[in-house]
Design a protein around this ligand. Structure first.
Ligand code: MCA
Ligand code: AMP
Length: 507
C-alpha cells in the first residue's frame, strides 16, 4: 500500500463502514468512495505511475461520481479542476485551455458537451461509468505539499483566474471550520450548492468527509424540495448563500398555516444553519429567526483563502457582522496609507495563514500583486471592527459584483458584450437587489439604426457566458455618464437603473 499523504483520504480510512455520500442515485459508504476513487485514479493514470500535477478537468453532477473522480485525481497525483454544469461551451473551453488540462472526465450524460472540445484539442475524454469500473492499480505517493485543486474565480482582470491550492492548504481550510463549527461523525448536511465553487466543495462536502459525516446532495436547488427534505428529518446542518434563504422564506410564506408550522418545527431541529458568500441582510436574518428560531451564523471567506471570519457556534452572533478570525487564520485591517486601521475605522481586510492559496495559475504577476511584501493576502474587501466583530463594508473595486453568491467581473461581461453586433458602447454594474444581492445591469449605447430587447440580449449572452453573468437588467441611455477624463463613472451608471427600468420579470 503506498503512503497516502492526502489528509482527507487518510482520514476516510477510519470511517470505512459509515455513510459518506447520498445523491439521487443512492447512498454510498466511505469504503465505496475509497474503492471508487482508487478505480478512477487507475483509469485516469492509464498506465502512468504519477500524474505529477497534470490538470484533470471534469464535468460531473454532484454525487458519488463527482466525489470519487475528485479524490481519484488526487490519488493519481493530479490537480482537480471542477467545471460548472451551467456553463456554455466558451466558458468550459476557457477553463480547459487556461488550466492546460491534459485529461477530461465527464458524466455519460455530459460527454457530448465536452466531446467537440476534446476532439479539437486531442485530449482524452473519460466517462465516469468507465472510470469507476476500472481495475484498481498501483497509486503514487502524493505529498501534501503538492498542488491539489484549481477553482476558477472572477477578479479585477477580465477573465477568471485559476486559484491553486495544495493538499495542505485544503486541509488547513477544512480543519479550521471543522473545529469552529463542531463537526462530528453524526452530522448530516444537505448540499444544494453548485460544485465548482468553494462553498459547496469545501465548506460542505469536504468538511463532511473530513469528519466522517454524511453529505446529501440535492443537485438542483428548489425551495419547496428543501423544505420537504427538512421535514423528513435526519439533517443536522444546512449552509447556503443569502439568495437561497430569501427563496426559502418566500416559499414558506406561500404555505398554508399548518404546513408552515410543520416546516418551522423541522428546521428548528437542525443544530446549525450558516450563511455566507455574500452579505446577509439583517432583515433576512431576522425573518429566518422568526420562522425557524435559528440565528443564522454568518461567516466570510474567499476562494483564495477558504474561510477567514465567522460568528461563533456558541456565544453571541452579531447580526450584520461576520464575527472573528477562525482558528489558525490571521486577519488584519490596513488603511489606505498602509497602516493598521484602528478599532472602528475602515481598512482593507488582509489574511495570512496556512489556509491561504498557493498561486493564481500561470499568473505570477497577479499572484505577487495580491500579497503585501510581508506576505499578507489582500482580499480587496473593506471592513471595520466593532466590539471585536468584523463588519464587511464593501469591495474596493466597483467592477466586482456578487449576484446570487456568485462573484462576477463587470469587465469580463463588458468584453463579451462589445462583440455584439448592435452594441457600440457598454457599461456593466451591480444593481442592488433584495433577492440576488446585486443584479447584473448593462447600460448600452446601440449602433445607429439598431434595437435590442433584454430577452434577445440574454439569449445571445447565454451562449457565451454563465447564466449568472448574463445581464438581467438593461438600460439604453442616450450616452454613458463619464467624468472629465472621459472615464465611465460606474456609480452614475447604477443610478440609471433607479429610473423605471426595462426590467426582466419573473426571476
Ligand atoms: C441565475 N439567474 C439569474 C442569476 N442566476 N438572474 C439574475 N441574477 C443571477 N445571479 C437566472 C437564470 O438564468 C434563470 O433565467 C432565472 O434566473 C431563474 O433561474 P433559477 O433556476 O430560479 O435560479 P438558479 O439558477 O437556481 O439560481 C439561484 C441560486 C444560484 C440557487 C441561488 O444562484 C446558486 O446556486 N448560487 C450559489 C452560488 C455559490 O455557491 N457561490 C459560492 C461561491 P432564465 O429564466 O432566463 O433561464 S464561493 C464563495 O463565494 C466564497 C468562497 C464564500 O465565501 O463562500
Ligand atoms: P469568491 O471569490 O466567489 O470566493 O467570493 C469571495 C467574496 O465574497 C469576498 O471577497 C467577499 O466580497 C464576498 N463575501 C463572502 N462572504 C461574505 C459575507 N458574509 N458578507 C459579505 N461579503 C462576503
Amino acid at each position: 500500500m503506498p503512503r497516502i499523504a492526502i489528509p482527507l483520504i487518510t482520514k476516510a480510512l477510519s470511517f470505512e463502514s459509515r455513510q459518506a455520500v447520498t445523491a439521487p442515485e443512492g447512498t454510498f459508504t466511505y469504503k465505496r468512495l475509497l474503492e471508487s476513487s482508487a478505480r478512477a485514479a487507475a483509469r485516469i493514470l492509464d498506465g502512468r505511475s504519477d500524474l505529477a500535477e497534470a490538470r484533470v478537468a471534469f464535468l460531473i453532477p454532484p454525487g458519488l461520481d463527482y466525489t470519487a473522480v475528485m479524490w481519484g485525481v488526487w490519488r493519481a497525483g493530479g490537480v482537480a479542476v471542477p467545471m460548472a454544469l451551467s456553463h456554455p461551451r466558451p466558458e468550459l473551453e476557457y477553463v480547459i485551455e487556461d488550466a492546460r488540462a491534459s485529461i477530461l472526465v465527464a458524466h455519460p450524460d455530459l460527454i457530448a458537451r465536452l466531446a467537440p472540445v476534446a476532439g479539437e484539442k486531442g485530449l482524452p475524454l473519460i466517462g465516469t461509468g468507465e472510470a469507476l469500473a476500472a481495475e484498481p492499480g498501483a497509486l503514487p505517493e502524493v505529498d501534501a505539499s503538492r498542488r491539489a485543486m484549481m477553482v476558477y474565480t472572477s477578479g479585477t482582470t477580465s477573465r477568471p483566474k485559476g486559484v491553486v491550492t495544495t493538499h495542505e492548504q485544503i486541509a488547513a481550510q477544512i480543519s479550521s471550520l471543522v473545529q469552529a463549527w463542531g463537526w462530528t461523525p453524526d452530522d448530516h448536511i444537505l448540499n444544494v450548492l453548485p460544485m465548482h465553487h468553494l462553498h459547496g466543495i469545501l465548506n460542505i462536502l469536504s468538511c463532511a468527509l473530513w469528519s466522517g459525516a454524511l453529505c446529501e446532495f440535492m443537485p438542483e436547488f428548489e425551495a419547496g424540495a428543501v423544505w420537504r427534505r427538512m421535514a423528513r428529518g435526519g439533517l443536522t446542518l444546512f449552509m447556503a448563500v443569502p439568495t437561497i434563504y430569501v427563496r426559502l422564506i418566500a416559499a414558506w410564506e406561500a404555505m398554508p398555516e399548518a404546513e408552515r408550522r410543520r416546516m418551522s418545527e423541522a428546521a428548528a431541529r437542525l443544530r446549525l444553519m450558516v450563511s455566507g458568500s455574500a452579505a446577509l441582510p439583517v432583515s433576512v436574518l431576522e425573518k429566518w429567526r422568526e420562522i425557524t428560531g435559528h440565528v443564522l451564523l454568518e461567516r466570510y471567506g474567499m476562494t483564495e483563502i477558504g474561510m477567514a471570519l465567522s460568528n461563533p457556534l456558541d456565544g453571541r452572533r452579531a447580526p450584520g457582522t461576520v464575527g472573528r478570525p477562525l482558528p489558525g487564520v490571521r486577519v488584519r485591517l490596513v488603511d489606505e496609507g498602509g497602516d493598521p486601521a484602528g478599532e472602528g475605522s475602515p481598512g482593507q481586510i488582509q489574511v495570512k495563514g496556512p489556509n491561504v492559496f498557493l498561486e493564481y495559475w500561470r499568473r505570477p504577476e497577479a499572484t505577487a500583486e495580491s500579497f503585501t511584501p510581508d506576505g499578507w493576502f489582500r482580499t480587496g474587501d473593506v471592513g471595520r471592527v466593532e466590539d471585536g466583530y468584523y463588519r464587511i463594508l464593501g469591495r474596493e473595486s466597483v467592477d466586482i459584483l456578487k449576484t446570487g453568491g456568485y462573484k462576477v467581473s463587470a469587465l469580463e461581461i463588458e468584453e463579451v458584450l462589445r462583440d455584439h453586433p448592435s452594441i457600440a458602447e457598454c457599461a456593466v454594474v451591480g444593481v442592488p437587489d433584495p433577492e440576488w444581492g446585486q443584479r447584473v445591469g448593462a447600460a448600452l449605447i446601440l449602433k445607429p439604426g439598431s434595437s435590442l430587447a433584454l430577452e434577445d440580449l440574454r439569449a445571445w449572452g447565454k451562449e457565451r457566458l454563465a447564466p449568472y453573468k448574463v445581464p438581467s437588467l438593461l438600460s439604453l441611455p442616450d450616452h454613458l455618464p463619464r467624468n472629465a477624463m472621459g472615464k465611465v463613472t460606474k456609480p452614475d451608471v447604477v443610478r440609471l437603473f433607479e429610473q423605471p427600468p426595462d426590467r426582466r420579470s419573473g426571476s
